[in-house]
Design a protein around this ligand. Structure first.
Ligand SMILES: Cc1ncc(COP(=O)(O)O)c(C=O)c1O
Length: 425
């Protein structure tokens, strides 16, 4: 008799199992009739079909450029696009080129900013290492950390985002536990956070960079500034990235993307890295794909050079502003009579972070999730967004996304959700 063979999996593959996103996708697929306030997709109707078509046509109409774009590129990516994103970053931060420490050599193009986040984590973290992040924070990044055997450690947040004093408290606790040397990075989603919608307050930005530098006692603690939603602002003034406060250019890593402002299907993201990290990150990337899709990078360079990109983003902002208004209006209309409901209107992004009464567990196995499915609406349970260590995990929050649904769909979804909350109270 042939012996039964084992199918061994690496520890990393085992760590990758059980992601929240898979169970949510399963629920969505099993109930196609649902109004999903869970999906973090961008608005289907405003995807830039004409702009992409014009850019692709222009690109392929020149055989020399077309062949270049259709060939492999370098690990760091298409040089003209790297120059454009650096220049745009400087303009956004109001920094003249002569005043910052960065050059195009610090820019690495990736297949979306998720790849950059993963590459950085893979480059700086060993098993058991710690990344401090907001409680709550972007759950996909926590998944990437878990995958590598690293740990996410929560820091308390308020309406101004990550609280610098709480960050120092956690660092003190970690030091007292003899683990300071395991802290390798502080991760912040600094504009219109996923999931909380909060923008890190302007005065906290230099403080967080200063804390990272001061606590870099034996090893460097990086600040990973995830600015994925920066261009989706609907009110208030833009604030400089954390990188603007990194005078030596050694501490802050910026992760950015065209997924939200243009198209996640093209999936071009980038990182602006401290010089010491560029080569190690490129070495990792060299082993993985030795360059992200080159055609997509040429296409984005063409779109940006056409001068139409900013007009598109302006139209997009209008469309999302309308959707956000619909969600806030519906929240007021259907939830204001419920005690214990709390939310802050974000100045941009795609999410509303809603707290329901303490007595309600918003988790996937809780009564509210089931009642919401029965009413015909779905949300992301907040518990997925909390790190396993550090600041307490909370069970009575939900992430509501207004990116995908129409304003009418949002209104209907919110009405159904409020009905579900009433049912379980
Ligand atoms: C906070 C945050 N960072 C990064 C990403 C990754 O986006 P992409 O890989 O498409 O650039 C997302 C996507 O939803 C996000 O919400």
């Amino acid at each position: 008799m042939t012996p039964t063979l084992e199918f061994p999996l690496s520890r990393r593959a085992q760590n990758a199992a059980g992601q929240p996103i898979s169970s949510l996708m399963q629920q969505a697929l099993a109930h196609p009739e649902l109004i999903s306030l869970a999906a973090g997709f961008v608005d289907q109707a405003s995807l830039p079909v004409e702009l992409t078509s014009a850019a692709a046509t222009s690109l392929v109409s020149d055989p020399v450029r077309a062949r270049e774009a259709l060939q492999y590129g370098t690990a760091a990516g298409h040089q003209p696009l790297r120059e454009i994103v650096l220049q745009r970053h400087r303009n956004d931060d109001g920094l003249p080129a002569c005043e910052d420490q960065l050059s195009v050599e610090n820019v690495v193009l990736t297949a979306g900013s998720n790849q950059l986040l993963h590459l950085v984590a893979d480059t700086i973290l060993n098993e058991g290492d710690l990344v401090l992040c907001g409680a709550p924070t972007y759950f996909v990044f926590m998944g990437a950390l878990a995958n590598l055997g690293a740990r996410s450690h929560g820091v308390a947040c308020d309406d101004g985002g990550l609280i610098p004093e709480a960050l120092e408290d956690e660092l003190r606790r970690i030091e007292a536990a003899g683990e300071l040397e395991r802290v390798k990075a502080i991760y912040v989603v600094s504009y219109f956070d996923n999931p909380s919608g909060i923008t890190l307050a302007a005065e906290r930005r230099p403080q967080i960079v200063e804390i990272a530098k001061r606590w870099s006692k034996k090893q460097h603690i990086y600040v990973l500034d995830d600015a994925a939603y920066r261009s989706l602002r609907y009110s208030g003034e833009d604030v400089p990235s954390l990188q603007a406060y990194d005078e030596t250019g050694e501490t802050v890593i910026v992760a950015q993307t065209f997924s939200k402002s243009f198209s996640p299907g093209i999936r071009v993201g980038w990182g602006i890295l401290p010089s010491a990290l560029v080569e190690p990150v490129l070495n990792q990337k060299g082993n993985i794909d030795f360059g992200s899709p080159h055609f997509a990078q040429h296409l984005m360079a063409q779109v940006l050079s056409s001068g139409e990109f900013d007009n598109h983003v302006a139209v997009l902002r209008e469309s999302y502003r309308e959707k956000q208004t619909a969600m806030i209006k519906a929240a007021k209309e259907f939830f204001s009579s419920l005690d214990g409901v709390h939310y802050v209107k974000p100045q941009g992004g795609l999410y509303l972070w809603m707290q329901v009464p303490e007595s309600i567990d918003t988790g996937i196995d809780g009564k509210l999730f089931a009642a919401a499915l029965q009413e015909g609406v779905m949300y992301v349970p907040g518990i997925y967004c909390y790190p396993m260590e550090g600041a307490p995990r909370r069970h009575n929050l939900m992430r509501l996304s207004f990116g995908v649904q129409t304003p009418d769909g949002i209104q209907e979804g919110m009405q159904k959700l409020a009905a579900a909350v009433r049912q379980v109270l």
